[in-house]
Structure formats: C-alpha cells, structure tokens
Write a new protein. Sequence first.
Length: 105
Amino acid sequence: MKTNKNISLAEIGKELPFSVPENYFEQFALQIEEQIGYKEKSVYKLIRPWMYAAAMIVGILVLSPVFYSVYENKTTVNTENYESYVLSQVDESVLMDYYVDDSSK
C-alpha cells in the first residue's frame, strides 16, 4: 500500500470543509456575558474616568520632584564640567599672575 505524503493544493481544491455561523464573532462577547450573568454597574461607568484622572494627577505630583532633581543634578554636573574645562585651558602662570596682581590692590 502506497501512501502519498505530499499533498498539493491542486488536489485539495478551494472547497472549505468547515463553516462558521454568520455574525458569530460579532455576537460572541455578548453571548458569553449573557451566559455568565455579567452586568456592568452604571456607578462604575461614572467613577472610572475620575479614578483614571486622579491616578494620573497623583503620578505627576509624585514623579515631578524626581524629574526635577535629575534635571538639577544634570545642570550641576554640566556646570562643573564647564568650569573644569575652562580651568584646564588656562596656563598656571597666568593664574598665578592674576592672583598676585589681585592681592596687591
């Protein structure tokens, strides 16, 4: 007995062996909700947007100081780096002359 392990699409054809009832997927969620007896309360519909807004405001209030401190640390580091760069570009003899001339006045 010889079995054909390689089946081509031409042999199968375009016939679909299975079918789905019309509007099955559109009505699926509603049917499941009816079966389990799920009903969303209208109070939650009114409170839910306010809860999201309150959570966002609290998040902003909590995270604002964190972001501000990171910004301040970054500007402090940038200032220190700039001062170090400027001092590295000046010759030591020029600095000595500046301080000696400044102290004599």
